[in-house]
Design a protein around this ligand. Structure first.
Ligand SMILES: NC(=O)c1ccc[n+]([C@@H]2O[C@H](COP(=O)([O-])OP(=O)(O)OC[C@H]3O[C@@H](n4cnc5c(N)ncnc54)[C@H](OP(=O)(O)O)[C@@H]3O)[C@@H](O)[C@H]2O)c1
Length: 259
């Protein structure tokens, strides 16, 4: 009697999560794997993922544990953003409660020179009065920025939204290109870059600022959850294959070349 394919839940919302799902999609299409992607619903028009996708919170760790059981999930890949700490803590608690293997896909941070701080508030506090700051910290950081009226702040946000009193916003959806970041920092005479150490493609602005001699005030990533930590989509794929006993699939690199 044929057995049901294993079931994987991927908490998504990052480029690495999407890459992992794209690489697994052929196994899903072949009926060897069932994969569900989950998005928080924070982005108004997220890019489509190549597998069944649900949107919205689960209702805390308990809600996620109930989902894992009700959906008979065999493995949980937490591929959320390094600074999405609440969902990662929920994933750890829920997988322990439901006894479902879990791993966290957590891209490494930037290794370049910067002044590093435990959080954004501490990084912001270190800016000297009169600094002209590019805050690449998203709309959620607006209340924090309001405590520094002595700075000129340009806040970059991914989506349009209500005006933020006292803070100029620039709407630009990632990924951000180096040439555009360079032009922006030069045109606006930026002296300080406030950012979180999100890793991945988000290091572009840090490289640009370093090249221009702009001081970088960087909030460190929150600690990862205990358990396996995977640095990229390749490691995530290897983990999914090993954990779920998936059949090997030829990768572009291992395919034989033309005779
Ligand atoms: N933080 C960032 O800078 C950032 C940047 C890029 C992308 N993202 C993505 O945007 C999402 C929200 O980020 P956040 O910082 O608001 O997260 P968060 O503070 O860790 O999570 C807040 C709540 O949103 C829900 N949630 C988060 N991710 C979810 C997912 N993938 N599927 C279903 N529910 C999810 C959970 O609600 P319940 O408790 O009700 O389950 C969670 O408790 C994350 O998935 C993250 O990957 C975040």
């Amino acid at each position: 009697m044929p057995t049901d394919p294993p079931r994987l839940l991927v908490l998504a919302g990052t480029a690495e999560g999407r890459e992992t799902l794209e690489a697994l999609a052929p196994l899903v299409a072949a009926g060897r794997l069932q994969a569900i992607a989950s998005l928080a619903g924070a982005t108004r028009s997220p890019r489509t993922l190549p597998v069944e996708t649900r949107v919205g919170g689960f209702g805390g760790a308990e809600g996620l544990a109930r989902f894992l059981q009700a959906e008979r999930i065999d493995a949980l890949l937490d591929a959320t953003h390094p600074f999405a700490a609440r969902i990662s803590a929920n994933a750890a608690a829920a997988s322990a409660a439901a006894r479902v293997p879990r791993a966290q896909l957590r891209r490494p941070g930037w290794t370049g020179p910067a002044r590093r701080f435990p959080d954004l508030a501490a990084a912001l506090a270190a800016a000297p009065a009169g600094a002209v700051m590019l805050a690449a910290t998203g709309r959620g950081s607006a209340p924090l920025l309001a405590v520094r009226p002595d700075l000129t702040i340009l806040l970059r946000v991914a989506e349009p939204g209500p005006e933020i009193p006292g803070v100029e916003t620039l709407v630009a959806r990632p990924p951000h290109r180096a040439e555009a970041d360079r032009a922006l920092m030069l045109d606006r005479r930026i002296t300080h870059l406030l950012a979180r150490d999100s890793g991945g493609a988000e290091v572009v602005k840090l490289e640009v600022a370093r090249a221009l001699g702009i001081e970088i005030l960087l909030a460190e990533q929150p600690p990862a959850q205990p358990g396996p930590v995977l640095a990229d989509a390749l490691e995530a794929l290897a983990w999914a294959h090993a954990t779920l006993g998936l059949p090997r699939q030829p990768s572009p690199r291992s395919r034989p070349g033309p005779p």
